[in-house]
Ligand binder design. Structure first.
Ligand code: SAH
Length: 285
């Protein structure tokens, strides 16, 4: 299969915003080979990809796009090879690692480790939103049963399993993300992880989890909050990420209404938007 590569020449401080807009614009994967050079891949050849990205940018940032764009078709092997070469090990807390397949971290004693094959699913563990949730999973675990809504590469669900969960379910409507998550499940020999295509409605109606994770975006979280809360067992935790700082207040009001109590929160800077990423760690009363 061939993908189309969209190269965005953006200043380093705008990279995160570019990545979010690319995700909203339907990219199947993106990476940053060098500061200021964001490369994103699209499955369906689209003659107006530049226009599509410019219009997503305008809608999401309220500004006109001022970066140079370049489009070219690329065979899958080429971009995946570059993507893999750029993968770095990520260290969460003192005993928890997210690493590329062949990497052996230099730790003595027991450490929880998740191996992620960089591929078409979002979530190599590098993004601040993923890291915020990984830290809570690590610090507050172990959890017995986990549900990961929008699993991407499977990284959060795998972290829950590595942290001691007996069972985890990863959901994603994107078939390519699920394929990547399945490879990562095999790579980690995580037999406790089940994957299903779709969103919350793919889970049996009565099922409750002591850990529910959702790294989506503000509007999706706002829409799904009642349903997400409904999946958390009493006393269980809901970790949400992907919202912007400006979306914090309405999300918190909504989460109170559905019986969630804020336990912890993080604001990770996003110089490009001037605001940042808001992540919340909530408990079901
Ligand atoms: N959980 C990973 C990946 C987050 S990216 C991490 O934290 O790094 C968000 C993922 O959510 C994408 O793979 C996307 O396909 C999926 N997604 C988007 N909207 C969704 C929805 N309404 N329900 C479930 N998954 C969704």
């Amino acid at each position: 299969m061939t993908h189309v590569e969209l190269a965005v020449a953006a200043p380093a401080e705008a990279e995160d915003t570019v990545a979010v807009v690319l995700a909203a614009c339907g990219t199947t994967g993106a990476w940053i080979p060098a500061p200021g050079d964001v490369r994103a891949y699209f499955r369906t050849p689209s003659p107006d990809l530049e226009l599509r990205f410019a219009s997503c940018w305008r809608r999401m940032t309220g500004e006109e796009l001022a970066f140079t764009l370049r489009v070219r078709p690329v065979p899958d092997e080429d971009w995946l090879a570059g993507y893999r070469a750029a993968a770095r090990p990520i260290h969460i807390g003192d005993r928890f690692w997210v690493v590329p397949p062949d990497f052996e971290p230099d730790v003595t004693g027991p450490a929880a480790m998740v191996r992620i094959e960089p591929g078409l699913g979002f979530g190599t563990g590098e993004h601040p939103t993923t890291r915020a949730l990984l830290r809570w999973i690590h610090d507050a675990g172990p959890f017995r049963r986990a549900l990961d809504v929008g699993t991407g590469s499977g990284v959060l669900a795998l972290a829950a399993v590595a942290g001691g969960a007996e069972a985890a379910i990863g959901l994603d409507p994107d078939g390519l993300a699920l394929e990547n998550a399945a490879r990562n499940r095999d790579l980690n020999r995580a037999r406790g992880l089940a994957l299903a295509r779709g969103s919350l409605d793919a889970v049996a109606p009565g099922a409750r989890f002591d850990l529910v994770l959702a790294n989506l975006d503000g509007p999706a979280l706002d829409r799904l909050l009642p349903a997400l809360a409904g999946r958390v067992a009493p006393g269980g935790r809901l970790g949400v990420a992907g919202a912007l700082a400006s979306e914090r207040s309405p999300l918190l009001t909504r989460s109170r209404r559905v019986g969630l109590v804020l336990m912890d929160e993080r604001l990770d800077p996003d110089p490009a938007s001037g605001g940042g990423w808001w992540s919340g760690w909530l408990r079901r009363a």
